[in-house]
Every structure is written in structure tokens, then in C-alpha cells.
Design a protein around this ligand. Sequence first.
Ligand SMILES: NC(=O)c1ccc[n+]([C@@H]2O[C@H](COP(=O)([O-])OP(=O)(O)OC[C@H]3O[C@@H](n4cnc5c(N)ncnc54)[C@H](OP(=O)(O)O)[C@@H]3O)[C@@H](O)[C@H]2O)c1
Length: 268
Amino acid sequence: MREIDSGTELYGLIGSGIAYTLSPAIHNYVFEKLNRNAIYYPFDIPVEKFEKTVGALLEICKGLNVTIPYKEVVIPYLSSLDETAEKVGAVNTVDRLKGYNTDYIALRKLASRYRDIIENSTCYIFGAGGAAKAVAIALGELGCREIVVVNRTQRRAVNMVQKLRNMGFNAEVGDRDYEKRCNVVVNATPNPDFVPDTCVEKSRLAIELVYRPIETSLIRRALKAGAKIVNGLEILVAQALEAQKIWFGVEYPIDDVLRYLYARKLVW
Ligand SMILES: NC(=O)c1ccc[n+]([C@@H]2O[C@H](COP(=O)([O-])OP(=O)(O)OC[C@H]3O[C@@H](n4cnc5c(N)ncnc54)[C@H](OP(=O)(O)O)[C@@H]3O)[C@@H](O)[C@H]2O)c1
């Protein structure tokens, strides 16, 4: 057990319903490996207490991560946004009152390994929330030709497509029953079964945001179809390490954190 003293710096995650988050395990492990006198605490704040709490947490924490449902509502409490948070319109990392979006940074980095598949591709993105926007922008920037957004609530898909078009990307709203061409498939909903077989079967790359279990039904189907995979756990750890980079300017190897999470049986 690490000593806590008056010099221990406080970092944390602010969200609601975050009992099962892996972020404390990841960040506290990296702090320990890098010999930092710091701890990372999950602040599970109910929505009705957010307004009362957020200012104090921003004041006392050296760095914060932000998750559902606060990634957008935290913005008015910050002094500035970097270009990643500005682009996505959501913040998941705060450093000295400046907001960043390391989901986007991580997704772009991981997806760029498959640039050859993404360039000139048609990408189907299932979901129209914060994660969907981050991945759509990353894929658009990596040269995909066409982004098709499929969402349970049509209005949100329309809004997301509008945002993507305003950014200069070729985007349209799609539906689950009709796929003309699909080279890259992304699940950015909590439900991997929302992605239809017809789309998975044609894809050469599948990006899955869900990380529990690691092998979701989308990943199983995509592997069977011979596609490359970016899984939700890699994304989770990569976004955490991008936050560490913003806070400390240090890169930490993703494989070491993945090994630790498996060894501790924190992932399955
Ligand atoms: N691996 C990572 O590091 C990482 C990072 C960020 C997010 N995620 C995961 O990615 C997913 C989306 O996160 P988010 O931040 O974008 O959340 P969000 O902003 O709340 O958006 C959720 C999206 O999922 C859709 N959805 C919810 N339940 C659904 C269901 N049963 N069937 C089909 N669609 C459903 C919603 O559709 P409606 O608009 O119809 O409600 C919406 O498009 C979550 O599972 C989250 O845990 C993982």
C-alpha cells in the first residue's frame, strides 16, 4: 500500500454510475510505475450534485477525467478547450482548467495503423453520441470517403451528420437494413448486436468501443469475416495514457498496462 502524505497529488474521474470503471486501476498503476506521489480517485457524482461539486473538484484535483454524463456540461466550468475538445464538442480530460478529448486522440492514433483500409473507404458508424463523433472525425481525417451514421434515435444521427458536413466530411444518415458498401464498421453504442451481420461481413476493419467483455459479438463476427480489429480495451487504455501524457508529458507503453489488467483479472 502506497503512503499518502501532504505532498500526494489528487487526480480523478468525475462521472455518474461509474462503480465499475477501470480508470483508477490504470492510472494508479502508472503512477506507481513512474514513482509519482499521486493517487487517482473515482468521483461518482449524482447529477443533482454535479453543480455543487464540479468547481471544487476542478480546484483541488491536479488533473481530472470526465465521463458520462458530464463530458459536455463540464465545458462552461473550464477556462479553455484545446482543438481536440473543440472539434468533438466534448471533454474527457482536464489539465489546469483546460479541456481535452483523449478519446479522439486515442482513436485517431489506433485507427491510423489501418490507414490503408480507411483511405477511400465507406465507414458505418453505429451510435451518435460522444464516442461516435470522436471516431467519425478521426476516420474522416484519416481519409475515409464516406461516413454513414446509424442511430436508434434518428434525430441524433441527423445532428451528427450535420456537424460532420460542417467540418467538410462526406456524411449521411443510414439505417440498419441497407448497406451499399461498408469497409469499416464502428460500434459506438453499448450494444454490439445493434451492428447488423450484413455490414460486418463486408468490413475489413472493425472498431469496437465496448470493452466488457473484450470479445464482443461484433469482434467475434468481424474476426470470422477476416477483418482487422481495434478493441474497446485498447481504446480505453490508450485514452488514459494520452491523459497521462497531457498531465506529465510522458509516454507510457500500452502493452504493459494491458498485461497488468489481464494479470489482475480486471478484464475478461
Ligand atoms: N473504450 C473506451 O475507451 C470508450 C470510450 C468512450 C465510450 N465508450 C463506450 O462507447 C459507448 C458509447 O459511449 P458515448 O460516450 O458515445 O455514450 P452516449 O453519448 O451516451 O451515446 C450512446 C449512444 O449509444 C446508443 N445506444 C444506447 N443504448 C443503445 C441500445 N441498447 N441499442 C442501440 N443503441 C444504443 C445511443 O442511441 P440513442 O441516441 O438512440 O440514445 C447513442 O447513440 C458506451 O458503451 C461507452 O461505454 C468506450
